[in-house]
Design a protein around this ligand. Structure first.
Ligand SMILES: Nc1ccccc1-c1cnco1
Length: 247
């Protein structure tokens, strides 16, 4: 997967040299480049913002540098695989909610472009023009306000990269983690069996894999019902058996 990030704070992405994302870059699974939006400005002050039409507080990111940056990074109508248009993701408080399902969808893309907005946002015409030749999605992490899109890109990129083949050493953990099957995961334990008077649940030390699987599902259901009833409501009815409903 090719990933291009455009930001006025490229140094925000230094963490992408670390850990499993760093390894994915080193082995070619992820071909990532971070670009400074100011490289597409032409004035001595490298200006990227201006006052908003219609008045109001703050500044808006000018369209010209963004237009030139996206022209340079997605020059062709089609992505390198020749089959799909590049996917432009714009973190925004006004975006669609980012979910694990979206992470899975994005993990199938061959070329992701991220536009990191700052100030009061990016001139709308940048997104409107990009939509004539790319698939553009404004994405929100949740109902809170950040300084800019950079941290949202780090979150999205981590959620997507860990789904790419070969990135997670134990791909099996993808199957059991929270949100993998619409439920929160059960509590996890490791040695010692007793710690400060707290015991590991006996079932997990029983060696009875059927009981263990059932316990984990029940605990996941109970946790989800208590913390995220919205996820229970969103489960397909057929995914809950009679016993689940009794739990
Ligand atoms: N608040 C923001 C400001 C700029 C770019 C993204 C966001 C954002 C993304 N998800 C929630 O907020």
């Amino acid at each position: 997967m090719r990933v291009d990030i455009v930001s006025i704070f490229p140094e925000y992405f230094a963490p992408l040299d670390l850990s499993l994302i760093g390894k994915a870059r080193a082995n070619g699974t992820l071909r990532l480049a971070v670009h400074d939006l100011r490289d597409w400005t032409h004035d001595v002050h490298r200006t990227v913002d201006d006052t908003p039409y219609g008045g109001g507080p703050g500044m808006v990111m000018r369209p010209e540098p963004w237009g030139e940056a996206l022209d340079a990074l997605a020059p062709d109508e089609l992505s390198p695989d020749g089959h799909t248009l590049p996917r432009l993701l714009v973190p925004s408080p006004a975006g669609v909610r980012f979910t694990q399902a979206m992470a899975h969808e994005l993990a199938t893309e061959s070329h992701l472009l991220f536009a990191c907005g700052r100030y009061e946002g990016i001139d709308q015409r940048v997104l409107d023009h990009a939509a004539t030749r790319m698939r553009v999605t404004e994405v929100s992490l949740g109902d809170y306000v950040l300084f800019g899109g950079e941290v949202a890109v780090l979150v999205i990129l981590e959620a997507v990269t860990r789904l790419l083949p070969g990135v997670l050493g134990n791909a099996g953990s993808l199957a059991e983690e929270s949100h993998a099957h619409g439920l929160l995961e059960a509590p996890m334990y490791t040695k010692p069996a007793t710690w400060r008077g707290h015991e590991v649940p006996e079932v997990l030390r029983s060696g009875d894999h059927g009981r263990i699987a059932r316990w984990r599902r029940d605990e996941g259901l109970l946790r989800t019902a208590a913390r995220r009833p919205d996820m229970i409501a969103a489960l397909p009815p057929e995914s809950l058996d009679k016993r689940d409903r009794a739990a």
